[in-house]
Design a protein around this ligand. Structure first.
Ligand SMILES: [Zn+2]
Length: 77
C-alpha cells in the first residue's frame, strides 16, 4: 500500500468533537488531553487505543476495495 496514507482523528470521548488542535502538542502515555470544546479531560492512552482501532478498520476497508477491484478485473473478459 505505497503512497496511501490514513489519517485518524482523535475525538473527545465526551462531546465527540475533534481534538485536532490538541494533538499538535506532544503527549506521552498517562497524559490527559483537555477538550477545547467541553473542557473535559480525555485519557491519552484510551484515545490512542481508539485511534489505532479506527486505523485498522480504515486499512481493512481499503484492502477490501482493492481486492474487489482485482476480482472484477479478473472476471471481466
Ligand atoms: Zn469535548
Amino acid at each position: 500500500m505505497k503512497g496511501k496514507s490514513f489519517t485518524v482523528e482523535l475525538k473527545c470521548f465526551f462531546c465527540d468533537c475533534s481534538l485536532e488542535g490538541v494533538a499538535e502538542k506532544e503527549y506521552v502515555s498517562g497524559d490527559m488531553l483537555e477538550c477545547q470544546n467541553c473542557h473535559d479531560l480525555n485519557d491519552y492512552d484510551a484515545l490512542i487505543d481508539v485511534a489505532a482501532e479506527e486505523g485498522k478498520n480504515l486499512v481493512a476497508d481499503y484492502a477490501q476495495q482493492e481486492i474487489e477491484k482485482m476480482l472484477k478485473k479478473a472476471f471481466k473478459k
